[in-house]
Design a binder for this molecule. Sequence first.
Ligand SMILES: Cc1cc2nc3c(=O)[nH]c(=O)nc-3n(C[C@H](O)[C@H](O)[C@H](O)COP(=O)(O)OP(=O)(O)OC[C@H]3O[C@@H](n4cnc5c(N)ncnc54)[C@H](O)[C@@H]3O)c2cc1C
Length: 369
Amino acid sequence: MRVAIIGAGFAGLSCAHELEKFGIKPVIYEKNDYIGEQYEHTTAILELTDRPINDIKKYLEKRFDIYIQPTNTINTLIHNSPNRQSIMKGEFGYFYSRGRMSNSSKKQLYSGLKHTKLILSKAVHYKTLSKKYDYVVVATGNSNAAEELGCWQDRFVGFEKVAIVTGNFDPNAIIMWINNDYAKNGYVYLAPLNEKKAYIVLVLPCAIEKQLDYYWQIFLDTENINYTIVEEYNLKHKAGYVYPHQVENIYLTGAAGGAVDPFLGFGQINSMKTGIAAAQSIAKGKDYEKLIKHITQKNDYSYEFRKAFNRLSNKDYDKLITFIGLPGIKRLIYDTKIDVLKLGGRYFSILNKRYEQQKNNNEEFSSKC
Ligand SMILES: Cc1cc2nc3c(=O)[nH]c(=O)nc-3n(C[C@H](O)[C@H](O)[C@H](O)COP(=O)(O)OP(=O)(O)OC[C@H]3O[C@@H](n4cnc5c(N)ncnc54)[C@H](O)[C@@H]3O)c2cc1C
């Protein structure tokens, strides 16, 4: 069986890994002349977003034979709103390294492949490959193919300002800020690369790229951020709903298949899972849509969080941070195995429907008057 994978990212490499188990030797086309990201950064994988899975690292090892060594564990979460702060301590997940270095997550994933042919510096289009191969797995990390195929709906569109900074950092802590003065219902987070280096990301929804610098400066001033900035770059941030995920012999996986959550932009594990599911569908003839239904569902819940979050003011943020800092609530969210995403998603879905209904009623009323 001839299988082409477009993109040597999390989805593409995981797909190849799974295909090899069935004796299939895929070809990966990668547009860059390297595996990994252009810029060094850290990915956070939070246990909270993958419940009921207990430990994602062990889960990947036991279930899929995938071994990726994290750079650190996450044991502190610091949430900041304009006038409140809450600090959580516990076992929250892992940091993984990203970039071109030999221990980066993607390089580690690639080193587990034995029978896959990798063609670097080759940007390809799924349409050309779909005629030459039995199956094409689109794992490009962007929405282009799904949009061309008419399967994509935007759920979050914005830009990110990413800055690599030096200073003194807790290598096990994530810091997060929510404040509409500079993040406009988006957010800012700091993730450490090590004790001396970290990266800070401002995720700004619905902004034109030019606005990033303006809001970035407000963030630096408001939060009194004095780290030394060694590098800065901008990225497009997009998450969407995809259906169907398979069109003839073309599979949409990873971020290209809507695997990135529209609330906070987590996508690494979902991308890996969709890549693996595509491989299982190709090798065993299983229904891809069914195999990834739980991921689609998870992102639907996450979208309800996003819609509710989009309506919050700075005062609401203060209330939220106070609320999640209450000892009982803290315990409920972080010290139990309750699927908070599912519970919250269902709750917010009701609130969001009521809000929409109310809005429609108001519009109807004012148009009659
Ligand atoms: C700054 C930043 C921070 C993030 N932090 C987190 C986090 O903390 N936690 C988390 O879970 N997720 C995080 N994410 C999201 C996560 O990185 C993505 O969800 C994940 O990488 C998507 O995996 P993928 O395999 O779909 O795409 P990618 O990993 O982006 O890989 C796509 C690959 O396809 C290649 N490609 C593209 N087009 C073509 C083409 N036409 N031909 C050949 N090759 C092509 C690209 O060069 C790339 O190598 C972050 C993303 C960014 C940008």
